[in-house]
Structures are given as structure tokens and as C-alpha cells.
Ligand binder design. Structure first.
Ligand code: AHR
Length: 507
């Protein structure tokens, strides 16, 4: 087999990879909030003020940078005033999007902000455009972030919080093309400007406002937003109406009526998934191109605030709760997406995998009966990648032929890679998407001296391998011994269906 070389100029970092591309998402959906993050103060599951202690610990370990809440589709049904004040007096509502269950609002603004403080994560609050008012959104921001004796600051104090919180990220609605109001792009673009005008910067709090963006390849939606983003009127934030435009893209294996099974899939299914996951590159490139035309200075960020796998729900669970298992396949879907976010660090300012606990491509699964916590294979990819947070993106240029496979009529490259550098270290990420064949890559490391290395590998005998309470480490990272010195740098073995990271010490 001819040698495949990956050339990396260690001395030529490009844009900084924002740690916020490692963001997460927690919606009032199924067992994400209730039973995931929130168990209540009286639970036998160890908790701090109602929030699961082990969930906090696990997410702190992967340095969760931000958390998006309360939705998703739920955000445009949510009225924040229902979620403040004494818990036993909060009004109830129907969560019509997700399971048609009654929501008792016991997890609201104060609980979410408490959670973010425990996680040391920055809050990304998503406001309601679909069924909410401009005044409601404006007052929520005042409640959260104002320090003096304004009406909303006084109400917050009355509810037990003296100091304002810092809220750096605020979403102007969610999926207005669908569950968020079924609007046209032009109608929403006007509303986004209107609502964003009243999302004010109080005191020292400066909000990065995120307009609700496109579904998948709807480039016309992004264009409609970019067209209005720069037309400044009086009384506006000098930075423009919004600083981010979002994008949602989910990886499914079939169609939306039958998305494929999370754990029972064939090798062919594996390749279809990889092809569809790799499509994120085409989408990011496409939306970035539209944005470049209107914003060549790249002041507005692309915020991929929903991404990940979406399978058929696990047998026997509520179809509206979107609970699914998470295999090695999910891990490689994650690594492929993260590579793209690294490569487009100049435009992608934030990303949020959906969703943190018990919903879709989760980091963590909790057992409703025993309370056991399981770390998913996807969690381990996030753990292995913490070295990319706020590091300078490095180009990885392949020399030689990257193995490919024909999937659904297209040639799909079976190797994905990215790299970054920070201070005296660099991190190289390598995904071998080949279900059956191992391969070896020579890292041609240029520009700086490499004084040492360590490596980790995430793989398992079966593509379908996943973690459960009984077998929590069926898929877990291990030290990788298949890395050898090479005249050009290092030679790295990549087992079939594996994710490998190589950490370099640089002189
Ligand atoms: O993440 C689940 C749902 O997917 C979100 O609520 C919605 O925004 C998207 O359609």
C-alpha cells in the first residue's frame, strides 16, 4: 500500500478554533432536563440544589464551554415568567412538541443559571419569537443581566438573586421556518431585526445575538438574513443587528419517517452515515460562501447550534422523547463534524451538539430506574479534543491517495483529519472511517521541533459497540501504542473504524 502522508506546518496557525464550537444544547425535551440534569432536591440521586452532581462533574471534565437552553422548538413556546418564583406556585403548560406532556416549570431561569455556574459554562439563552412578544424577550434580558433597581432587576432580587448574571449569547427564536412559526425568510429577517433591537446590553453585559438560521442547505435563508444584517438604523447596536447566524443539520441514515436504528445497523448503513456526516463540510462551505459575499470581514459568525445524529427512538420509549443509544458510529460522526468546525474556524464561531443528556446524540445517558450514569462514545471524542479549544487551526494537507468508497453514487473519503496548536503543543485528530481496513498515516511535521508525543485511540471490535450501565467502558479511549518516529515526523497506525488523537510537545 503506498504511504499516505499528512503535511502539517506547525508554525503556521490560522484562525483560532473557538472553544464554543464544543458547545452543548439542553432542551425541555424527554429526559434531558427532567431526569437528566434536574432530579430535584429531594431525589436519592446525589444532587446540588436539585442538579445531578455526577452530570455536572462529567461535563466539567470535558470543559463544556456553553449550554443552549430552553430549546429548540420548546423555546418558541416558552414564557420565561412561568419559570420563576416559588417552584410550587409556578404555572404549568403543555410541552406540545415533545411528548405532549405537562411541564411544571420547576426548572426555570434561576435553575438554568445555577447549572451554568456549576458547570462553569457560559449560558446561551434562546428567546421566543414564535409565540412571544418583543417586550417579553426584552424583559427577560433585563431580568437576567441588569444590576440596578430596574423593574426586572428588582423582580429577580425578589426571587433570591441579587447580582445580575452574565449572558453572553442570546438566540432570536428557533427554526422560524418550521416549529418556530412557519415563516418566510424575509418575514423572519424583519422580525429578527425588530426583536434583536430590544435585546439590550445592560451594564457590562454584551450580548452576542444569534439570528435563527437555515435548515441544512437552505442558502436562500442565510442570504435573506445576511442582506438585512448590515443595514443599520438609529438606536441600534453599532455591531449590527446580530452577530451570529445559525445553521441546523442532523445526520440520519434513511429518511425522516425512518431514520435508521441507533445500534442495529449494517456495514452499508455505516458508510451511508459517514457520507451524510461528511456533508457538513459542503454545508458549512456553502453558508460561509453566502456570508462572505455580504460580510467579507467575517464579523458575523456561523453558529451550528444543532447538529448530530438522529435515529429512530429506542424501542419501548416515548416517541416524543427522542431517546437513542450512541455507538462508535456516533463517535466518528462527531469527530468528522469537529474536523470541519476546526477547518472553518475563520467563520464557525460556535456549535452545539444536540443534546447533552438522554436526547439524540447525547454525551451522557442516565438510567430512569437505577439512576446510573453512562458516558457515551461521543463524550469520549469531546474529551479527547479538549486540546483544540481556543487553539490555532493548522492545515492538514494529504499527499497520496486518501482511500475512498462509493456510497449512494458518490466517492466518500474514508479519512478525516484536523490539527491545532497552542503554546508549546499541538493536537492532531485522525478518523479512519473504513469499517474493515486499518491504515497508516505519516505525519510530515514541519516548522517546529517535536520533542515528544502521546496518543489515544477510541475504537471497539464492533461498529455497533456502545456503553451501558453493565458495560460502561465497551467504547473508551486507551493509550495508543501504534505511533512511531519517522524521518518526516511520526508514523501513526489507524485501526479500522477508529478515532486517534496525537498530542505533540513542541520546542
Ligand atoms: O433537537 C431536537 C429538535 O430539532 C429541536 O427542538 C428543533 O430545533 C430541531 O428541529
Amino acid at each position: 500500500m503506498p504511504t499516505l502522508t499528512a503535511v502539517i506546518d506547525l508554525d503556521l496557525p490560522g484562525a483560532t478554533i473557538s472553544r464554543h464550537v464544543y458547545g452543548h444544547f439542553a432542551e425541555h425535551l424527554g429526559r434531558c432536563i427532567y431526569g437528566g440534569f434536574w432530579v430535584g432536591e429531594d431525589s436519592s440521586v446525589p444532587n446540588v440544589r436539585g442538579i445531578r452532581a455526577d452530570v455536572v462533574e462529567a461535563l466539567r471534565a470535558i470543559r463544556i464551554p456553553n449550554l443552549r437552553w430552553p430549546g429548540g422548538c420548546f423555546a418558541d413556546d416558552y414564557h420565561w415568567r412561568d419559570g420563576i418564583g416559588p417552584r410550587n406556585q409556578r404555572p404549568r403548560m403543555v410541552n406540545s412538541h415533545w411528548g405532549d406532556v405537562v411541564e411544571d416549570n420547576s426548572f426555570g431561569t434561576h435553575e438554568f443559571m445555577d447549572l451554568c455556574e456549576m458547570l462553569d459554562a457560559e449560558p446561551y439563552v434562546n428567546g421566543n419569537v414564535g409565540s412571544g412578544t418583543v417586550r417579553e424577550m426584552s424583559e427577560w434580558v433585563e431580568y437576567l443581566t441588569r444590576g440596578d433597581d430596574s423593574p426586572m432587576a428588582a423582580l429577580r432580587r425578589q426571587n433570591g438573586r441579587d447580582e445580575p448574571w452574565t449572558v453572553p449569547f442570546f438566540g432570536i427564536g428557533n427554526e422560524p421556518w418550521g416549529c418556530g412559526g412557519n415563516m418566510s425568510a424575509e418575514h423572519y429577517a424583519d422580525l429578527a431585526r425588530q426583536y434583536a433591537t430590544y435585546v439590550r446590553n445592560h451594564g457590562d453585559n454584551t450580548v452576542y445575538k444569534i439570528a435563527a438560521g437555515a435548515n441544512s442547505d437552505d442558502y436562500a435563508w442565510t442570504e435573506a438574513l445576511m442582506k438585512v444584517s448590515s443595514k443599520l438604523g438609529c438606536g441600534c447596536d453599532p455591531r449590527g443587528f446580530f452577530q451570529g447566524v445559525s445553521l441546523h443539520y442532523y445526520t440520519i441514515n434513511g429518511d425522516w419517517d425512518d431514520k435508521g436504528d441507533a445500534t442495529r445497523f449494517s456495514t452499508d448503513d455505516w458508510y451511508v452515515t459517514m457520507k451524510r456526516a461528511r456533508r457538513i463540510e459542503e454545508l458549512v462551505r456553502g453558508h460561509a460562501n453566502v456570508m462572505d459575499a455580504y460580510d467579507p470581514e467575517r464579523r458575523i459568525g456561523l453558529v451550528v447550534d444543532e447538529w448530530g445524529t438522529w435515529w429512530n427512538v429506542e424501542d419501548g420509549t416515548n416517541p416524543g422523547f427522542l431517546y437513542q443509544q450512541n455507538t462508535l458510529r456516533d463517535a466518528l460522526v462527531a469527530s468528522v463534524h469537529l474536523d470541519v468546525f476546526h477547518r472553518y474556524a475563520h467563520r464557525v464561531s460556535m456549535a452545539n451538539i444536540a443534546q447533552t443528556v438522554n436526547v439524540l446524540q447525547a454525551m451522557l445517558l442516565t438510567d430512569p430506574e437505577t439512576g446510573a450514569l453512562v458516558l457515551t462514545p461521543t463524550y469520549h471524542v469531546f474529551a479527547m479534543n479538549t486540546g483544540h479549544h481556543d487553539a490555532g487551526a493548522l492545515d492538514v494537507r494529504f499527499k497520496g491517495e486518501v482511500p475512498t468508497r462509493t456510497v449512494e453514487g458518490a466517492q466518500v473519503p474514508l479519512l478525516s483529519a484536523s490539527a491545532s496548536t497552542k503554546d508549546d503543543s499541538a493536537l492532531v485528530s485522525l478518523s479512519n472511517l473504513d469499517a474493515d481496513e486499518a491504515t497508516t498515516v505519516v505525519l510530515d511535521l514541519r516548522g517546529r521541533d517535536v520533542t515528544g508525543h502521546t496518543a489515544q485511540v477510541l475504537t471497539a471490535p464492533a461498529l455497533q459497540a456502545h456503553n451501558t450501565a453493565e458495560h460502561p467502558d465497551a467504547v473508551a479511549p486507551a493509550p495508543h501504542t501504534g505511533v512511531r518516529p519517522h524521518p518526516q515526523g511520526l508514523e501513526v497506525d489507524l485501526p479500522a473504524h477508529s478515532y486517534v488523537t496525537v498530542q505533540l510537545a513542541l520546542a
